[in-house]
Design a protein around this ligand. Structure first.
Ligand code: UDX
Length: 430
């Protein structure tokens, strides 16, 4: 059992804290948001993430997980302090590290005995050095400490699974002293652990996300080729994916990547490259293809419906991916805003994201289920591939629509079946 404090109770901090507690560690989660801490203390959960609510409830009840507003209390309670605060983008694409810096200062000021301070937030390479300098400067008592990097690789929607069964654990250190304790934390997860220097650990995270985004944009580029040649992108990525050197994962063409990680991490990595005097034209192209993907989809809608003014359009799926209520950089928002600008009337449905969507898109109507969204619609646009949509009664869907036209932004439906059922069907790359 290791005593662990996690500063920052967002997606990463909360899921990590709950999973560490689940395997037997004693965890304190710190956040400076009073409402959030009050909600968590009362047994509520600020986000939707499968399995998380039960995990938090079970471990809080068992006394292994608790929440506080006080960083000092968290530092006092534990030997290992994880930093899991946001690292949002600045207007120029670089990373805002002010939250990380503030936590480093607070932790330094509260330390009275040896601590291992581990950065889990996604940060530019060489941030660990700055964190160590900061702690040294603000640690007036001259207390001994180590800094480490331990990037997270969890995906929203499957974060608990990803954390409980990691492909690998990356630990970046400047000396061997903290390695034993950090390995002890991860021992129950039975995953390969790699120990590197801090710069390499920080780089692994940006390298992975950029590579995965590149796979997605590559698939989307192939989709564009398929659309102009009559080939089928589903067959193309199937054929590519069976090559063991490539693999099938992250080759789904669609509306491109969104969310709080890929867009931000790619911009940050491009910026890091510039600062290092390297031309990351490769990644600029990845981002460009991603942006074009939505424009090509909108063109398909406009080409088919011609005039959008006063057309009723149903939108299914709002979150940036299934199994989350996260609306951050969700492709649906860009699609809907463009349709609204053209004068369309939007009625949307999402299994979980509607409360958060209302904040971002207050000007649209929200439906109680997919059929309600589609009722009387001139067309239906699918933006997120929730499982629920795969199970739709398509005959019923067609019957409630004024015109059975479907734009499937995630290739959820079978093209032939849709045609047989009398739909005009437009997927991506097929
Ligand atoms: C990602 C990384 O996967 C994770 O390791 C990291 O720690 C955080 O960023 P996340 O953003 O939660 O996780 O979701 P992910 O499943 O990676 O999907 C990202 C975006 O890519 C989504 O918008 C998704 O719809 C899109 N995507 C994914 C595709 O368009 N095609 C694919 O084949 C896969």
């Amino acid at each position: 059992m290791v005593r662990i404090t996690i500063v920052g109770t967002g997606y990463v901090g909360l899921v990590t804290g709950a999973c560490f507690a689940e395997v037997g560690h004693r965890v304190v989660c710190v956040d400076n948001d009073e409402k959030k801490v009050a909600l968590l203390k009362a047994g509520g959960i600020p986000i939707y993430e499968p399995g998380l609510e039960e995990l938090v409830a079970r471990n809080t009840a068992a006394g292994r997980l608790r929440f506080t507003l006080s960083t000092a209390e968290g530092v006092e309670a534990s030997e290992v302090i994880f930093i899991a605060v946001p690292t949002p983008p600045l207007p120029d694409g670089s990373t805002d590290l002010s939250f990380v810096e503030r936590v480093a200062r607070e932790v330094a000021g509260a330390m009275t005995e040896y601590k291992i301070v581990v950065d889990k937030s996604t940060v530019p390479v060489k941030t660990g050095e700055k964190v160590a300098e900061t702690i040294k400067r603000y640690n007036k008592r001259g207390v001994d400490f180590d800094v480490a990097s331990n990037p997270e690789f969890l995906r929203e929607g499957s974060a608990v699974q990803d954390l409980m069964h990691p492909d690998r654990v990356v630990i970046g250190v400047t000396n061997p002293r903290p390695v034993g304790k950090l390995k002890e934390i991860y021992a129950p997860f039975n995953a390969p652990v790699i120990v590197t220097d801090i710069n390499s650990a920080e780089l692994i995270k940006h390298a992975c996300n950029s590579f995965l985004a590149m796979k997605i944009s590559y698939a989307n580029l192939m989709a564009a080729v398929c659309e102009t040649t009559g080939a089928n992108v589903l067959d193309v990525v199937h054929g590519m994916g069976l090559d063991k050197r490539i693999g099938r994962a992250f080759l789904d063409a669609g509306l491109g990547y969104g969310g709080s990680c890929f867009p931000k991490d790619i911009s940050a990595f491009i910026h890091i490259g510039e600062q290092l005097g390297l031309d990351f034209g490769l990644l600029r192209e990845v981002a460009k293809i991603n942006a074009q993907q939505i424009q090509r989809f909108l063109k398909k809608i406009r080409d088919t419906l011609w005039i959008l003014k006063d057309k009723r359009i149903a939108v299914l799926g709002l979150s940036f991916k299934p199994n989350t209520d996260d609306m951050r950089l969700a492709p649906s928002v860009e699609v809907i805003r463009a349709l609204l600008k053209d004068g369309a009337i939007i009625r949307a449905y999402d299994p979980k994201a509607m409360p958060k969507a209302r904040e971002v898109l207050p000007e649209i109507e929200y439906a109680k289920d997919p059929y309600d969204a589609a009722h009387g619609a001139d067309a239906l646009v699918l933006c997120t591939e929730w499982d629920e949509f795969r199970q739709l009664d398509l005959e019923r869907l067609r019957a409630v629509m004024a015109h059975p036209i479907v734009f499937d932004g995630r290739n959820v439906f079978d093209k032939e079946r849709m045609k047989q059922l009398g739909f005009i069907y437009r997927g991506v790359g097929r």
